[in-house]
Write a protein that binds this ligand. Structure first.
Ligand code: NDP
Length: 252
C-alpha cells in the first residue's frame, strides 16, 4: 500500500470485469489499493483480482457470487455494473428473444447485482454504485434500437436508486460513454464496413479528434468510487470527448 492510494481498504466488485472497460476498471482499482472481484461469464488471469464466474441474468449465480464476496470480505464498498451486450438492429429486425436478452443483461443484470450488493454495502455503512449507461440513452445511433432502450432504462434506474439509497450513504451514478475502444466497439466497426475508414470517420466527428480508451473511463469510475466524489449522486456522467456537445457537422 502506498500513501496516495485512494481506495485502500475498500472492497470492489465489477460485473463484466473481464471485458474491455471492466478489466481497465479492475486494474485501476487494484492500483488504488482496493480488493477487487471481477464478476463475468468468463474468468481470466489478472494478478490480484479475484475472478468469479457469474451470469448477471441468473438470480442464483448472482446470489452465489455476492455470498462469496461476503464470506471472503464481509462487506462491499463499490459496485460497478459494467456487464453489457449490444445488438445492432432496428426493432423490426430484432426478435423478441433478442429484445428480452439485451434487457436481461443490460437492465435486469444491473438490477440483480445491485439488489445483491446493497446489503453488503450496508455492512460497510455506505458505498458507491456505478452503472453503465451510454450516450445512446440520450440520443440514438441508427440500428441500435434495443440497445438505446436498455441504456435509457439504466439512466432512469440510476436516478431512482440514488433517491432510495442516498439516506443510507449509498451513492448511485451512471457513466455514459461515447465511443470507447473495446471489443464491443471493434465488433461494431467490423459489422459496418471498412474498419480504417470508419475509425477515421469516428475520430473526425469528435471535437477531441479521438475516441476514448478504457483507461479514460476507469479514471472517471475511480473518481466516482472514491471519497473525492462524496457529494456526487444520481447523475449521468457523459464521457465522450465532446461528441454530444456539438451540432452535427455538415461536410461542405
Ligand atoms: P465488452 O464487450 O468489452 O465487455 C462486456 C463484458 O460483459 C464482457 O466481458 C462480457 O462477457 C460481459 N457480459 C456480457 N453478458 C454477460 C452476462 N450475461 N453476465 C456476465 N457478464 C456478461 O464491452 P465494453 O467493455 O465496451 O462495455 C462495458 C459497458 O460499457 C457496457 O455496459 C456497454 O454497454 C457500455 N458502453 C460501452 C461503450 C463502448 O464504446 N465500448 C459505449 C457506451 C457504453 P463476454 O465477453 O463473455 O460476452
Amino acid at each position: 500500500m502506498t500513501d496516495n492510494q485512494t481506495l485502500a481498504g475498500r472492497v470492489a466488485a465489477v460485473t463484466g470485469g473481464t471485458g474491455g472497460i471492466g478489466k481497465a476498471i479492475c486494474q485501476r482499482f487494484l492500483r488504488e489499493g482496493a480488493s477487487v472481484y471481477a464478476l463475468d461469464r468468463a474468468t481470466a488471469q489478472l494478478d490480484g483480482v479475484i475472478f468469479v464466474e457469474m451470469d448477471v441474468t441468473s438470480p442464483e449465480q448472482v446470489a452465489a457470487a455476492f455470498a462469496k464476496i461476503e464470506d471472503q470480505s464481509e462487506k462491499l464498498d463499490i459496485l460497478v455494473n459494467a456487464a453489457g451486450i449490444e445488438i445492432e438492429k432496428t426493432i423490426e429486425d430484432t426478435s423478441l428473444d433478442e429484445w428480452n436478452q439485451i434487457f436481461a443483461v443490460n437492465v435486469t443484470g444491473t438490477f440483480l447485482a445491485s439488489k445483491a450488493g446493497l446489503p453488503l454495502m450496508r455492512k460497510a455503512a455506505g458505498g458507491s454504485i456505478i452503472n453503465f449507461g451510454s450516450y445512446d440513452g440520450f440520443i440514438a445511433d441508427p440500428g441500435l434500437a434495443a440497445y438505446c432502450a436498455t441504456k435509457g432504462a439504466v439512466h432512469a434506474l440510476t436516478r431512482a436508486m440514488a433517491c432510495d439509497y442516498g439516506p443510507e450513504g449509498i451513492r448511485v451514478n451512471a457513466i455514459c460513454p461515447g465511443y470507447i475502444d473495446t471489443p464491443m466497439l471493434q465488433s461494431f466497426f467490423q459489422d459496418n464496413g471498412d474498419i480504417e475508414t470508419l475509425e477515421q470517420a469516428v475520430r473526425d466527428v469528435h471535437p477531441m479528434r479521438r475516441y476514448g480508451t478504457s483507461d479514460d473511463v476507469a479514471g472517471l469510475v475511480n473518481w466516482l468510487a472514491g471519497d473525492e466524489a462524496r457529494y456526487a449522486s444520481g447523475q449521468l456522467w457523459v464521457l465522450d470527448g465532446g461528441l454530444t456537445a456539438q451540432v452535427q457537422q455538415m461536410r461542405l
